[in-house]
Design a protein around this ligand. Sequence first.
Ligand SMILES: [Mg+2]
Length: 297
Amino acid sequence: MTTAENIKRLAHTNGVMFDIDGCLVISDGPAGQDGRVLEGAAEAIEYMKSSGRKYCVYTNGTAQKPTDIAEHLRSMGINVPDELVLTPAVVAAEVIKDTYGDKPIMLFGGEGMLHDFKKRGVNLVDIEAAIKGSKPDVAAVVVGWDTDFGKNKIQIAAEAILAGADLYCTSFSPAFASKDRLNVGVSGFITAGLLFVTETTKFEILGKPSQHSMNIISRVLDVPIPEILVIGDDIILEASMARKAGAFAGVVLTGTSKQKDVDAASADVAPELVIQSMTEFVDLFTQADAQYRQTAN
Ligand SMILES: [Mg+2]
């Protein structure tokens, strides 16, 4: 799209989903741990508030609870309330509850996963009892950030899948944006392993770039998908999700994806808006609103 078209579309954007790592903050841990705020990030959030737009932040990690991520972002100067922080655990808990009701679910992950599933009242299988041989009738296996996933868990998860349970993972990314070191993905690693041992190929992703995630973003923002801008540093996670779902797809070049990746992206996943920093994000919105939005007074 041309700059003029993008400016017009920004003016008509009523909700924004911000990615965290590589977009608002950069660090060597998930959700900004030990990191720093990227230029213009705090101002971008404030601009959403002052211009009356809805927004949320969404990180693809499930190591931490959304409330802990929110608190950490606020301590760094990015002022977001708890309920506007999304992770795949939030999406997963909603989708699993909607799809399976009170059927037994085998969930793998730490408190970052459990928190939202307990909050939604999902019927969780007792993992320790299953390891001891309880043979639960599992409707779905959900894999999140589980750093203790060893042989016993491989065994019970594989048995459940082979008995007909559906397989879901929160993120299938090999790694995410980092300052210096490779930030490896855990749930995708486990899921790939389970596909290997069960000799199956069928699974669904619940985090970015899934349609499930886009639906929950729209629900949380209370804004229809075509009026939402998705901005993040990873074309595969954010731009492709937005494009497939019909949202406005933006990329900021302060993390994983570079200009060469934008140039090489296929037409169906290529971002429509490409910016250098969140400072440019604020500048473009300011320009868009000056041009198209009439103030009442
Ligand atoms: Mg990112």
